[in-house]
Design a protein around this ligand. Structure first.
Ligand code: ADP
Ligand code: MG
Length: 571
């Protein structure tokens, strides 16, 4: 076939595919338009899973009579004017694609009445072409009715799920926006039944009650503002607000995590990860938090023009946003639940009796990441002076000051060293703390791993694992070392068994302790509170060999005051 430019209609249909994937995408685009129009009331009505009917009515600014038809032209928008505007988009829409895309795959009717107009404008489109128009009485606002969605696109229709599933996607979209805009009164009716109604009184918790129910809402905590930042408004710092569920209301999927950037609902693995990391050690394995989080950030620091559905966002400084979210959530959890829940069940929380000469910028109490190490079994080979934490760098290194200069400490390596010594010490005294699992968990391993496991049952038991055969390469785990409770102990066991294949157990104790320490240590990229950093350093000071991790890599770099002076040219 020779090359030729495609028909307008084919182009429209192809482009529509990107914006309108399913009925819920239509609802999302229409609700976003209503929100952009400054509506305080938005009602959504759907029938037949959204295929027969979707109607969104609002009381926003409306569309002026002479612009109604234009609104259905591709790339016609009132929200941005030039290239510069693209760098600071404050509306939810901006691509001018939604109305034409919807009109390309459905029958659309609109009645809009703009500010100052006495009568509404009516427009009816079929296959993207106007078939009827006129005026209709209505108060200020816009009503868009979409019928027979995908009737002309059988391929799409075929891929839709049952009406019940499509309805649940629609309810999900409306619920998310109801959470993002608590000052807007939302109603959703599905096949004539009222599914959701929010009061629109501006209180997030009240929208939360309607969306998640009273039980969940009752267990939500309001994200605390960072006290450190108060008063010195750092313009470029993202501000994190919202409600997060206490660990008591965790869920088995991520559907209860609503993330918004400048109140735009976004899909972001990075942000979801930041939230989950903040709950590290507080939720049972396989459980996910409930959270409604908005990140307010300067428009110029984000790019939302990544995908036609505008649910993806790129951050100029991803690292900063990750840290801000993780820190805000963790701080809220720690402040509002002073008792470190996981340690209550998993390990004994011992506070070091060693008197401190140095005072930390904030109280060290209430930290939940670390348990105190045992008293050193030997005099430290390289003793570490007492250090004062100055801050965290790249969410991976702790910057500290000592009497002899500046220390840059690798948080993962340092924690590995602490845990390694702790594990070896506890094992030698047969003091490994064991955590029985509420329900035994099955562990499947490969034939090679099974071979290794056969030779080391008892040794594993010494470290706190209770593992017994349970059929074909499947084992039943009844207890794990307390250190591993809620962590990926299965991954750790598999890695250990892999390292043992070949039957050579080598220095068994050493390799188990190393693997255990490595798997349970905090990772690089994890934001720590001042209290947590202080505690980590305090424990490192007490380690026998604080300056290397058990693999032999350095845990810290020191810049002496002499070096600093030389670097800056002052002798
Ligand atoms: P975009 O939202 O990206 O601008 P759309 O195709 O969704 O593109 O809408 C085109 C234009 O129609 C909008 O820019 C806006 O001016 C107008 N419009 C659409 N829906 C509404 C509404 N509910 N209220 C007021 N104006 C609307
Ligand atoms: Mg739009």
């Amino acid at each position: 076939m020779p090359i030729k430019v495609l028909d307008k209609e084919v182009v429209a249909r192809i482009a529509a595919g990107e914006v309108v994937e399913r009925p819920a995408s239509v609802v999302k685009e229409l609700v976003e338009n209503s929100l952009d129009a400054g509506s305080s009331q938005i009602s959504v009505e759907v029938r037949g899973g959204g295929v027969s009917l979707i109607r969104v009515t609002d009381n926003g600014t409306g569309i002026p009579a002479k612009e109604v038809e234009l609104a259905f032209d591709r790339y016609a928008t009132s929200k941005i004017g030039d290239l510069e505007d693209l760098d600071s988009i404050s509306s939810l829409g901006f691509r001018g694609e939604a109305l034409p895309s919807i009109a390309a795959v459905a029958q659309v009717e609109v009645v809009a009445c703009a500010v100052g107009e006495s009568v509404g404008t009516y427009l009816n489109l079929k296959d993207g072409v106007v078939i009827d128009q006129g005026s209709r009485g209505r108060s200020q606002g816009t009503t868009v009715t979409v019928r027979s969605l995908f009737a002309k696109v059988p391929a799409r229709l075929k891929f839709l799920k049952s009406p019940a599933t499509e309805n649940s996607h629609i309810a999900d979209v409306v619920s998310r926006y109801a959470l993002a805009f608590p000052e807007v009164k939302f109603t959703l009716s599905i096949d004539g039944r009222e599914n959701l109604r929010t009061p629109g009184n501006g209180r997030l918790i009240d929208s939360g009650i309607e969306v998640y129910g009273l039980e969940v809402a009752r267990n939500m905590l309001e994200i605390n503002r960072d006290k450190e930042w108060e008063g010195e408004a750092t313009v470029s710092s993202p501000v994190v607000t919202g409600l997060i569920g206490s660990p008591a209301v965790s869920r088995s999927n991520r559907g209860y995590l609503s993330l918004f950037v400048n109140r735009r609902w976004v899909n972001s693995r990075m942000l979801a990860w930041a939230v989950e990391e903040a709950y590290h050690g507080l939720l049972m394995q396989g459980k996910h938090p409930v959270a409604i989080i908005n990140i307010s950030i300067l428009q110029k620091e984000i790019d939302i023009n990544v995908h036609p559905t505008k649910t993806e966002v790129k951050f100029q400084n991803e690292h900063l946003v990750f840290g801000a979210v993780q820190k805000a959530v963790r701080r809220t959890l720690i402040d509002q639940m002073p008792v470190p829940k996981i340690e209550e069940v998993a390990t004994t929380y011992r506070v070091s009796s060693k008197p401190r000469r140095v005072s930390w910028p904030s109280a060290t109490g209430g930290s939940s990441l670390f348990t105190s190490p045992p008293a050193p079994s030997q005099t430290p080979a390289v003793s570490l002076p007492e250090l004062r934490v100055l801050g965290q760098l790249l969410s991976s290194y702790i910057i500290a000051e000592g009497p002899d200069g500046l220390y840059l400490i690798d948080q993962h390596a340092a924690h590995e060293r602490i845990l390694f010594e702790q594990i070896k010490h506890q094992r030698s005294r047969q003091e490994i703390e064991i955590q029985g699992l509420l329900v035994p968990v099955t562990l499947e391993i490969n034939p090679k791993q099974e071979e290794a496991l056969n030779s080391c049952y008892e040794n594993l038991a010494e470290f706190g694992f209770s593992i017994e055969p349970f059929g074909d390469r499947t084992y039943l785990v009844r207890a794990v070392p307390a250190l591993f409770y809620n962590k990926d102990w299965a991954g750790m066991v598999r890695e250990l068994l892999d390292s043992l294949t070949g039957g050579d157990k080598g220095d068994w104790v050493e390799s188990v302790a190393i693997t255990m320490a490595c798997h349970s240590a905090i990772r690089a990229g994890q934001t720590l509170t001042d209290g947590e950093m202080g505690e980590l350093i305090q424990q490192l000071e007490q380690a026998a060999i604080p300056n290397t991790c058990p693999h032999g890599r350095p845990t810290m770099i020191r810049l002496s005051s002499g070096q600093l002076k030389r670097e800056f040219g002052r002798v």
